[in-house]
Write a protein that binds this ligand. Structure first.
Ligand code: HEM
Length: 382
């Protein structure tokens, strides 16, 4: 069902050798040092987006977090996010993903029988038109970047262009385009959902916010972004956010290749297994009082990757995991240390389905009530 959105060469839609090759080509830009190079940029973007909010005026949490995560992923992927091409791209991607906002329009993605192109006034026709425009823009950006031939660039697209497989071959332009779309899609919706949830929990539970502020305040003067990423309570809050309502309910399906026994059940080749992240995260033998938001559980115990799996596992584990975790921590640290924010309605909210994610309700409102300057501002916004 993701084919029309991502394109036929997207690694998400493949298995076996092609999947392994694409994964090997795509993993390096998401590793260690490279990812940390985006740290200050993430803080800057979070600060800019939140600075635009008018004091005491309500804003919707989800679109604000989406704006941050879209700008972050575009900057990380292309190295820039300004200019005519990018304005168009941001707008098109924003409206393309809006198809997930309502279950009715999302059903066009999930039900191929509804995929009739009857012109731009119909949801599917509009979707096809927007996707075509996005493809043309991505093709143009790839062409421009190739013509530039600048080996000093470190953005994800430049690294993808210089990557070679075992046979010494680069990705084709179509592969590059579909992998760019995959990265933007997978990296934008999911992280925005996780951030909106984190904002909810932090502002719904005063003791959580208080502990986070205390931790941020203890950072050393001019602490850099890697010091923020190592803060234990901030890490625990991010982990608990993705435990209680994992952004994605299930991992991708796995198909049994050889007879296998799991917890006393026999599975034969061809059986499709859908590991459920949500149910695992709500087992009370692993997570006592699983319906309660308790970051402390991640300070008291280390969970294995079979117990805690918001990013899936094995050979399909999310390639953006480290990037998303880093982004979440830096965005939250920036918002908390620079702005006084609160929820407009302090009542419990229930998750809603948004495309493939389990999201906070679209109408969740927040308000910036003032600026906060922690004694030692931990993020250096340029
Ligand atoms: C909070 C944010 C995110 C969450 C919760 C998340 C979650 C997931 C999950 C559950 C999977 C399926 C893993 C499996 O089946 O075992 C996945 C796969 C994937 N994710 Fe993420 N993800 C996030 C952010 C990102 C980011 C930032 C990127 C890229 C920039 C990304 C790129 C991908 C890709 C390309 C795959 C497919 C991997 C494969 O098929 O081998 N994700 N993600």
């Amino acid at each position: 069902m993701l084919l029309p959105l991502l394109g036929e060469y997207s690694m998400i839609l493949h298995d076996g050798d092609y999947h392994g090759r694409q994964r090997r080509l795509l993993l390096p830009p998401f590793h260690g040092e490279r990812m940390r190079a985006h740290g200050n940029l993430i803080c800057d973007i979070a600060d800019q987006v939140m600075s635009q909010k008018t004091i005491d005026e309500h804003f919707l949490a989800r679109p604000a977090m989406q704006e941050i995560s879209l700008r972050v992923i575009l900057r990380a992927v292309f190295g820039v996010d300004e200019g005519e091409h990018f304005e168009q791209l941001k707008q098109l991607i924003g409206s393309l993903f809006d198809i997930f906002r309502y279950p009715l329009s999302a059903s066009f993605i999930f039900l191929p029988a509804l995929q009739q192109d009857l012109g731009k006034w119909t949801p599917w026709g509009r979707f096809v038109g927007q996707k075509k425009q996005i493809n043309e823009l991505l093709d143009a950006l790839i062409r421009e970047r190739k013509a530039e031939n600048d080996s000093s660039r470190e953005d994800i697209l430049s690294l993808m262009l210089s990557a070679r497989d075992e046979a010494g071959e680069p990705m084709t332009d179509e592969e590059l385009r579909d992998e760019l779309m995959t990265t933007i899609f997978a990296g934008h919706e999911t992280t925005a959902t996780a951030l909106a949830w984190a904002l909810y929990w932090i502002h719904y539970l005063p003791e959580v916010k208080e502990k986070l502020l205390q931790e941020l305040d203890k950072l050393e003067e001019n602490a850099d972004t890697s010091a923020i990423a190592k803060l234990p309570y901030l890490n625990a809050v991010c982990c608990e956010t993705m435990r209680i309502y994992p952004v994605v309910l299930f991992t991708f399906a796995r198909i049994v290749k050889q007879p296998i026994q799991i917890m006393g059940y026999e599975f034969q080749p061809g059986t499709v297994l859908s590991p459920c992240i949500y149910l695992t995260h709500h087992r009370d033998d692993l997570y006592p009082q699983p319906k309660q938001f308790k970051p402390e559980r991640f300070l008291e115990r280390q969970y294995s990757q079979y117990e805690y799996l918001p990013f899936g596992g094995g050979n399909r584990r999310c390639i953006g995991m480290a990037f998303a975790q880093y982004e979440m921590k830096l965005v939250l640290a920036t918002i908390l240390s620079r702005f006084e924010v609160s929820l407009v309605n302090k009542r419990p909210v229930k998750p809603v389905r948004r495309g493939l994610t389990l999201a906070a309700p679209a109408g969740m409102r927040m308000v910036v009530t003032g600026e906060r300057k922690l004694a030692k501002t931990p993020v250096s916004v340029s």
